[in-house]
Design a binder for this molecule. Structure first.
Ligand code: IMP
Ligand code: MG
Length: 178
């Protein structure tokens, strides 16, 4: 199916499941080589990363741990703006090699705040992995060594990513149509 409707918007096929899976395998191979002997802790950011994480982590063959967290935000008062906090991280990450598993880095603000929140917990090192990056939208300086696709600044849905809470279960990635 080359187009899908999610709520009020029409989306066109953008990256097929086959193409995603072959890039995810390549990324896993690179991680297996780079991170061998470090017993990394993969920090999967819910909800959007659940499909990517399930595919990526089944191709990770080195000893590792996997845990799931959520970055929640609420509106602060007008002086503080949006406050983000980390939910669900119950284990210590002190001295660990942490690998963040994210679905998409857009402006990068969410990732930057997440890095600050993790730094307070004294990990040995933190690497970012993201299925998708929109380099044209990045507003902050971020090193994203593990990424599958750099994409245009268009809104996309599927393979875990949602449009207004729907579309996460689509097998392929679709891009919004004009
Ligand atoms: P950032 O803080 O601007 O980098 O936003 C990152 C978050 O915005 C992601 O974790 C997604 O939840 C959401 N997001 C950004 N772009 C898209 C998109 O194209 N489709 C679906 N969600 C997106
Ligand atoms: Mg996300």
């Amino acid at each position: 199916m080359d187009t899908v409707k999610v709520k009020d918007k029409l989306f066109g096929l953008y990256i097929t499941e086959d193409k995603i899976l072959s890039r995810v395998k390549e990324l896993a191979t690179k991680m297996n080589n780079d991170l061998a002997g470090k017993n990394p802790l993969f920090l999967v950011i819910l909800n959007g990363s659940f499909v990517f994480a399930a595919d990526l982590l089944r191709d990770i063959t080195i000893p590792c741990e996997i845990t799931f967290v959520r970055v929640a935000s609420y509106e602060g008062d007008s002086s503080t703006g949006q406050i983000k906090h980390l939910l669900g991280l119950t284990q210590s990450i002190e001295g660990r090699t942490v690998v963040i598993v994210e679905d998409i880095v857009d402006s990068g603000f969410t990732m930057k705040e997440l890095l600050h929140m993790l730094e307070d917990k004294n990990p040995a090192e933190v690497y970012i992995s993201s299925l998708l990056v929109k380099p044209g939208n990045l507003k902050v300086d971020l090193d994203i060594p593990y990424r599958c696709f750099d994409i245009e600044n268009e809104f996309i849905v599927g393979y875990g990513l949602d449009y207004d809470h729907e579309g996460r279960n689509l097998r392929h990635i679709y891009q919004v149509m004009e």
